[in-house]
Design a binder for this molecule. Structure first.
Ligand code: DX5
Ligand code: ZN
Length: 211
């Protein structure tokens, strides 16, 4: 489980983090948006650093920014453990993945629902995490796009065939119902913002998503 802090109450950030950590979540998912690659703007390295100061869980930072190479070092220094870039946003994907690993991070690669799987395929041997977007990057609270399950399926099949080691993460519109289908398709990590932080009982919500 990777709760996305995008949907949490930022005025009580430390409490929100502690509340999901109490439920034993594996990752905290941090959505960074630049107002350019996606319309929305969220936060940058200083906030990630503050989160790193209070969190005990692996920080999974999802960069929705154009030319992420400009910020890889800053987000790693801020305390990120897994740093994910978008294949559509990078001018040199292999270089950027290598830069993340060189700085001691786990390297993730994300792609939007309309991005052909072939675009990420060449990098599957060089990543620790494949982030399959099940909504278009940019906003929380959108509905799950069914076609993303084909992306999860293709990734899982190829991983087995080629003996790759990356984890498959799915992000967007995750509810207990879509979570179970994503798991069946081969997803290992479920990102959920709305389903966790807009519920009245985070523990129950997380257990329902885990299935
Ligand atoms: C969307 C973000 C997601 C988002 C998921 O661009 O990458 O992480 O927070 O939110 P929900 O779970 O509300 O779809
Ligand atoms: Zn995300």
């Amino acid at each position: 489980m990777a709760p996305s802090l995008l949907a949490c109450d930022f005025a009580h950030l430390a409490d929100e983090i502690a509340a999901v950590e109490r439920e034993g979540v594996e990752f905290l998912h941090l959505d960074v948006m630049d107002g350019h690659f996606v319309k929305n703007i969220t936060f940058g390295p200083p906030l990630v650093k503050s989160i790193a100061g209070v969190a005990r869980t692996t920080l999974d930072t999802h960069l929705m920014i154009e030319n992420p190479d400009r910020y890889i070092e800053a987000f790693m220094k801020a305390g990120t453990h897994v740093l994910t870039i978008h294949v559509e946003a990078s001018s040199d994907v292999r270089r950027d993945l290598q830069a993340i690993r060189k700085l001691g991070g786990k390297a993730g690669l994300a792609f939007n629902p309309d991005c052909p799987f072939e675009k990420v395929e060449p990098y599957l041997g060089d990543i620790d995490l494949l982030l399959v977007m099940s909504v278009f990057a940019g906003f929380g609270g959108q509905s799950f796009i069914e076609g993303s399950l084909d992306h999860v399926n293709s990734a899982a099949k190829l991983r087995q065939k080629r003996q790759f080691n990356f984890a498959i993460e799915i992000d967007g519109g995750i509810t207990p119902e879509t979570a179970s289908r994503a798991r069946n398709a081969g997803a290992d990590i479920l990102v959920a913002g709305t389903a966790v932080f807009r519920s009245s009982d985070y523990g129950a919500a997380i257990r329902a998503l885990r299935g």
